[in-house]
Design a protein around this ligand. Structure first.
Ligand SMILES: [Zn+2]
Length: 257
């Protein structure tokens, strides 16, 4: 009923631009949550909670923030609870609770009513949880041979990174050691780390292995020392990244350097 009443009330609800009364704020370039909260006179933590913001509260220009503002309405002659609720766009039950009103919800002229803020549901997180690890270089040597794996399985299935004998080799990402042993056919000594979600990294030709099967390692932690074990003809690290048992070019996942 009375749709026109809502339409008439709309200008009240959209006091846009005035930081002291606006209930939505469009973030402008360079604004911070603290600054917006100060001007709105609403605690930053309240705005953060209303908008599902996580620390460090990075805002972007154009982002629309709900400003959960509690307002006061002084009851005038002829006001009804339902009319006030419509005017502020707040369910009457919320007003009743905020003011301790009981049936039959009598209000009287001059009464100060708290109009509680209505919070929209917090927005969905901007991005789904990341399932791909961040990889870092396991060694900072030059790449001697790149990835060139062909469909027939021939070619090179990783990177060969130039190393000095006994240089530290580091975990490219955090994970669990699922192989740390001799591998006589090709790598001599090999470490394999599982990073979850089908991601694995492999480190071959090691002179020494310094982790054990089942160890949990962090990104950058030492897993072994470089060498020329297996078929290597000089000290080098053979490094692979695998996703769901398929090798992919490590250079496409490692940071530029
Ligand atoms: Zn290799």
């Amino acid at each position: 009923m009375k749709k026109w009443a809502l339409l008439l009330a709309a200008p009240f609800l959209l006091a846009a631009g005035d930081p002291a009364t606006e209930t939505e704020h469009t973030v402008e370039e360079g604004e911070t949550l603290g600054g917006i909260a100060n001007r709105a006179k609403v605690p930053a933590a309240v705005i953060a909670a209303a908008n599902g913001l996580q620390e460090p509260y990075n805002l972007r220009a154009g982002q629309v923030l709900q400003i959960p503002r509690q307002r006061i309405h002084i009851v005038k002659d002829g006001d009804t609870g339902f009319g006030i609720a419509q005017r502020y766009g707040v369910p009457f039950s919320n007003i009743a609770i905020a003011n301790g009103l009981k049936p039959p919800y009598a209000i009287s002229t001059g009464q100060r009513l708290i109009i509680p803020a209505v919070l929209k549901a917090a927005p969905e997180p901007a991005q789904p949880a990341r399932t791909e690890p961040y990889f870092r270089w396991p060694h900072d040597g030059r790449v001697m041979a790149g990835f060139s794996l062909r469909d027939d399985g021939k070619g090179h299935d990783g990177l060969d990174i130039e190393a000095n004998r006994l240089d530290m080799v580091r975990a490219s990402s955090s994970g669990t050691v699922v192989f740390a042993d001799d591998e006589p056919k090709r790598f001599g000594r090999l470490v394999v780390i599982d990073h979850g979600n089908g991601w694995r990294t492999r480190y071959g030709h090691l002179a020494r292995i310094t982790v054990k099967l089942g160890d949990v390692v962090k990104t950058g932690e030492r897993i072994g020392l470089a060498g020329d074990a297996g078929v290597a003809t000089r000290p080098e690290l053979h490094f692979e990244i695998m996703k769901d048992n398929k090798r992919i070019d490590p250079a496409s996942k490692l940071p530029q350097r």
